[in-house]
Design a protein around this ligand. Structure first.
Ligand code: GSH
Length: 216
């Protein structure tokens, strides 16, 4: 049997999940190395040679290594034939609109909200304040920021389908993966529209299969 040319390191968290989801959208075979963050597995000499940040995920394609989840998701879309049921932008403006969601998700949601909660919530709330210190003001600011950003993007989320119509895109993978943290950190999504969008996303076959591969 030919060894799949794609390999993923990481599982059980939402950032590797982004890569599993795009691989399932593209129907690609891959090898999953189910290693966890903060288990020591990302700190071995061998792993650090692949990703000096000592984090998951990594995508490897033959001898190429990609260490940021969004870059890895995009890499798949640049490298493989587009599936029928997936949206790829056609021109600079359409690409910019997809990227708007990607950078919004990474910066405003992942970085400013999710990382802050992960670092400063108490361990009983799945945070790491035992390592990074308690910071109640930062936690409140992060939760307020989430509410503000949800309100800001609400009118750009359609009532049906995906962010760019009938087919999902990289924007949906990035945005949905950030919404998934709401369950974990008990963040209420104060928008019926976005809650409905999130439920629709979770019903997609490729989402369910990717979820099983990443978290099952
Ligand atoms: N910006 C990176 C973030 C990767 C990241 O923070 N991964 C987490 C797990 S989801 C991790 O490995 N954390 C361990 C650490 O921060 O030391 C990406 O999106 O790929």
């Amino acid at each position: 049997m030919v060894k799949p040319e794609l390999e993923v390191w990481g599982y059980n968290t939402y950032r590797p999940f982004r890569i599993y989801w795009i691989l399932h959208e593209y129907g690609l075979k891959y090898i999953a190395h189910r290693i966890g963050s903060r288990t020591g597995e990302t700190q071995t000499k061998e792993y650090l040679e692949m990703n000096s940040k000592g984090k998951i995920p990594i995508l490897k394609h033959n001898n190429r290594i990609i260490t940021e989840s969004a870059a890895a998701v995009n890499y798949i879309t640049y490298s493989y034939k587009k599936p029928e049921d997936f949206y790829i932008p056609n021109n600079a403006y359409e690409r910019a609109k997809v990227n708007e969601w990607v950078f919004f998700s990474l910066m405003e949601l992942d970085c400013l909200v999710i990382y802050t909660l992960r670092k400063h919530e108490k361990p009983e709330n799945l945070g790491l304040s035992n390592l990074y210190g308690e910071a109640p003001n930062a936690i409140k600011a992060a939760r307020d920021h989430f509410d503000r950003m949800i309100k800001a993007c609400e009118s750009n989320v359609p009532e049906n389908g995906w962010l760019f119509g009938k087919r999902p895109s990289v924007a949906d993978i990035m945005f949905t993966s950030c919404l998934m943290h709401c369950d974990r950190f008990k963040i209420e999504i104060k928008s019926k529209n976005i809650v409905n969008y999130y439920h629709r996303a979770k019903e997609r076959r490729n989402f369910i299969d990717a979820y099983e591969s990443c978290f099952g």
